[in-house]
Design a binder for this molecule. Sequence first.
Ligand code: SAH
Length: 208
Amino acid sequence: MQDFQHEKARLFMTLRGLGVVEANVLSAMERVPRELFVPTALNQHAYENASLPIALEQTISQPYIVARMTAALELTGRERVLEIGSGSGYQAAILSFLCRRVYSIERLRPLLVEAENRFRKLRITNVTSKYGDGAKGWPEGAPFDRVILTCAPPEIPAILLNQLKTGGIMVAPEGRDREQSLVVIRRTEEGFERQELLPVRFVPLVEG
Ligand code: SAH
């Protein structure tokens, strides 16, 4: 089996060059073999700093964006994190090394099944995943210390904001088609503080 050592080293140099400095994020990303999360035919591209198609017209995010989103969550290892849009499971796998437990929701069953197989294969046991509409969040598990969306709603649903703890952080793409930005929302005693990080392009959050 190919170990992609050279390609990996190059990707991590690229990420550092782009300003990703968070050591915990980089080391979690180094522990997750991205080639296992992309279609076999795209294996050779697994360590390019690019988003790649998975199945059912969905994509695995660009490593730089994964790094920025993960860093923005400011994880310490103790958090319970809700993820909307399991997709390949790549982002959840990275989070699993940085927090206590990940709760991940996916609305396309075949993707969820494959993601769960990958968690098993990698012996990742602190990801709980379920099939369903992430727009409704995970009421039984709420409130969460962190929430991450990897699909873009036109506007962050209030239901999801309400499942975030006071003192918690949400990271999400927001907006329609070509006009999305990555937003970081902090819930404080007073309400929600919002910060826009950078323009992004994610697949849409589809309700239902
Ligand atoms: N985090 C993923 C990225 C997946 S792309 C990874 O690391 O690979 C976004 C995913 O969000 C897609 O799989 C899509 O099916 C899913 N999605 C879109 N709308 C959703 C919804 N309402 N509930 C749950 N998942 C949704």
